[in-house]
Design a protein around this ligand. Structure first.
Ligand code: KG4
Ligand code: ZN
Length: 349
């Protein structure tokens, strides 16, 4: 048995977790900074970093206590190294380094995006790569192949806004508070997407783009002006959500039969020399939808319908979709055993 203590501070959630053998969550304490940032309508990096620093010691004690573990029981420390807000990452990394020195334990730096995929491994302990992941968070909308632990290959990404960012901006336009994504989700449940339809973004290949959709919403709201009703807002939230979700799933649907090979050579992101070369190909058997936006009600429902019986779909429960340290501990556990040959701190590869 091996215990990993994970620390996550990349944005506005402070979290510490203890995970057994990279698969079993013994504790996962999460402090959301929503109340710190609400009055500013978005995350203020300096305040976020300071709050991480204040909260971490207490959360650390709590995570160990809930896991019935002592510092001596910990075998590995795993800390989010990137991507994220630099000041916030430095707080987590500094605390991780301090603990590693004080406890005389190894420390591993974890890529936050890898972490989101490993949240699925905590959800289904039998889940193993190869898999295809749709990683949708505040800053990323990436379609990724994971052929093995520690290996990731981006086959589709957004040209502009990430899905979470688009939801947050749309929520602001609709007069919803911070955080926008969950508020838009709630409002959309009262709306009808057919009453105020918005265009569904569709680029060739496997790329996403959400900025045009955002502009379409802005113009529709301008046209409605003072006449806009609460029902209009709910209908627009539903239409916006539907366009984002269907756009995300359209590309996932396209890669299911081939694992991304055909779609890539038909205009996707693969470099010329690599197209179709020596790749596994074949129908995808495991699909993971993860990241904060995977908490979205419609995305969860439609992903299940789109994937159907063609592959096995894993979407983590809500608390493992949004940022948490259990996923960082899991990714750290595997990352330490399957070392990547690149520095993964800022992106996938
Ligand atoms: O993964 P995450 O917690 O943090 C990042 O790594 O960015 O994702 C946060 C994003 C935010 O943009 C938030 O608005 C969005 O996930 N989000 C949602 C929902 N819950 C969180 N978007 C739509 N519907 C939701 N229910
Ligand atoms: Zn995240």
């Amino acid at each position: 048995m091996s215990l990993t203590l994970g620390i996550e501070t990349s944005c506005d959630e402070t979290s510490v977790a203890v995970v057994e053998d990279g698969r079993r969550v013994l504790s996962n304490v999460i402090h959301s900074q929503v109340d710190v940032h609400r009055e500013f309508g978005g995350v203020v990096p300096e305040l976020a970093a300071r709050d991480h620093l204040e909260r971490l010691p207490g959360l650390l004690d709590l995570a160990l206590e809930k896991a019935s573990a002592k510092s001596a029981d910990v075998d590995l420390l795993a800390v989010t190294r990137g991507p994220g807000l630099v000041g916030c990452l430095l707080v987590g990394a500094g605390v991780g380094e301090g603990l590693a020195a004080a406890w005389d334990k190894p420390l591993t730096g974890v890529n936050h995006l890898w972490g989101h995929i490993y949240a699925a491994m905590l959800t289904r302990p039998d889940l193993e790569p190869p898999l295809v992941g749709l990683v949708v968070s505040g800053a990323h909308s990436d379609l990724v192949r994971m052929p093995a632990h520690g290996r990731f290959e981006v086959i589709g990404r957004t040209r502009d806004d990430a899905a979470g960012e688009a939801f947050d901006k749309a929520a602001r336009m609709l007069g919803l508070g911070f955080p926008g994504g969950p508020a838009l989700d709630r409002l959309a449940r009262r709306g009808d997407p057919k009453r105020q339809p918005l265009p569904k973004p569709s680029l060739p290949g496997l790329e996403y783009s959400f900025s045009g959709l955002k502009t379409a919403l802005l113009y529709r709201l301008r046209d409605l002006g003072e006449r806009v009703t609460d029902q209009d807002r709910a209908d627009l939230a539903a239409a916006f959500e539907q366009s984002v979700v269907e756009s995300l799933l359209e590309k996932l649907d396209r890669v299911l039969p081939t694992g991304g090979e055909v779609a890539r050579s038909a205009g996707g992101a693969a470099p010329e020399g690599q197209r179709g070369r020596g790749r596994a190909g074949g129908a995808v058997q495991e699909v993971v939808v993860c990241g904060g936006v995977a908490a979205n009600t419609l995305l969860r429902k439609r992903a299940a319908e789109v994937v159907g019986s063609r592959a096995r779909l894993t979407i983590p429960p809500l608390e493992l979709c949004t940022d948490n340290a259990a996923m960082i501990a899991a990714a750290g556990f595997y990352g330490a055993r399957h070392a990547a040959d690149v520095d993964p701190s800022l992106g996938w590869e």
